[in-house]
Design a protein around this ligand. Structure first.
Ligand SMILES: Nc1ncnc2c1ncn2[C@@H]1O[C@H](COP(=O)(O)OP(=O)(O)OP(=O)(O)O)[C@@H](O)[C@H]1O
Length: 329
């Protein structure tokens, strides 16, 4: 079975915008769709979901034809779980009823796992009108996952929240999507979201795909202890006392491994030990190559930062990472 979402879509909107795209997106993990405002990200997701009329659309999901000349599968038969910028919950229903609404058409095997992964247990009987912004986003994601979707489309799901709320929610997204094992297309403008969540990154601008970017740099770490909603992790390959331990939101169990994204906009590279700093991590690294970005060895792990710099192979560097968020491996 071809594990891809294959599409060729052409459409025009007004006199100024046209979308003309063709690609095959692997249906595993999270694929980030990034690009400037007005580039066509939302239009592409809506067209794939069958919510936009196109001049030409051929869409195949695995072995299933969603669109082809003379064929147009109804949006509800594509089983796309959509999470929008605005949570759009049903205001007259409780959290549990909102989730059940999601599950009304398809049997869900992992309902309890979704409730757990998103920490919704304590909210179930609450009305949705008085939920905080972050809680409402968790419920919206839970409702989409409860519909047992074949694919999840997330369109800037954290938009409008402040930085602290976003940092709180990101690990939940990684955990819930990982737990539900649903492939996801994730539209975002945020380097942190890409670094933390994405398995691969596709660019779009001016209604045209601009190609696959290098995958986000991520270090692997192991969970060394768990307390309440937090876990202590140590970067794999590091010994105690090497500055590679940190406390993070809980996304995995004791002994499991997690990925730590290194968002380009929050990594500082220096040639001497910066000592005490505001960084949540300060890691020694050795330059292994500079041809395809800055290839580094960090405690025996290879990571490539998508930026060069005048560094010689073998040089000793320090990475100060200002923001680190985990996702399950
Ligand atoms: N019905 C319409 N008539 C005219 N132009 C339209 C129509 N619908 C969308 N557009 C234009 O299509 C372009 C792509 O919009 P889209 O919302 O897909 O962009 P986006 O990449 O998701 O942007 P953002 O990051 O700001 O959400 C925009 O320039 C928008 O103004």
């Amino acid at each position: 079975m071809a594990e891809t979402l294959e599409f060729r879509i052409r459409l025009r909107r007004g006199a100024l915008f046209s979308l003309d795209v063709a690609e095959g997106v692997p249906l595993s993990g999270i694929t980030a769709l990034i690009g400037p405002s007005g580039g066509g990200k939302t239009t592409l997701l809506r067209a794939l979901a069958g919510l936009e009329r196109a001049d030409e659309a051929t869409v195949r999901f695995r072995e299933q034809t969603w669109d082809a000349p003379g064929i147009r599968l109804a949006p509800e038969d594509r089983h796309v779980g959509f999470v929008f910028q605005n949570p759009a919950l049903f205001p007259h229903l409780s959290v549990a009823e909102n989730l059940r609404y999601g599950a009304r058409r398809r049997e869900v095997k992992s309902y309890d796992a979704i409730v757990d992964a998103l920490d919704l247990g304590a909210l179930m009987t609450r009305g949705v009108a008085d939920l905080s912004g972050g809680e409402a986003r968790r419920v919206a994601l839970g409702r989409a996952l409860a519909s047992n979707p074949s694919v999840l489309f997330l369109d800037e799901p954290l938009n409008g929240l402040d930085t602290a709320r976003k940092a709180e929610l990101l690990p939940y997204i990684g955990r819930a999507v990982g737990e539900a094992k649903v492939p996801a297309l994730y539209v975002t403008h945020s380097a942190t979201e890409v670094a933390t969540l994405a398995d691969r990154v596709l660019g779009i601008a001016g209604g045209r795909l601009t190609g696959w970017r290098s995958p986000p740099a991520r270090l692997r770490a192991v969970v060394t202890s768990v307390t309440g909603g937090l876990m202590r992790v140590r970067i794999l390959g590091a010994d105690p006392g090497q500055g590679a331990d940190m406390t993070l939101p809980l996304v995995a169990r004791m002994g499991e491994t997690v990925g730590l994204g290194l968002p380009l906009d929050s990594v500082l590279v220096s040639t001497s030990d910066p000592g005490r700093s505001d960084a949540s991590l300060c890691l020694p690294a050795t330059v292994m190559g500079t041809s395809g970005g800055l290839e580094l060895d960090v405690f025996g792990q290879r990571v490539t930062l998508a930026r060069g710099g005048p560094h010689a192979v073998g040089a000793r560097l320090w990475l100060s990472v200002l923001r680190v968020l985990p996702r399950p491996d």
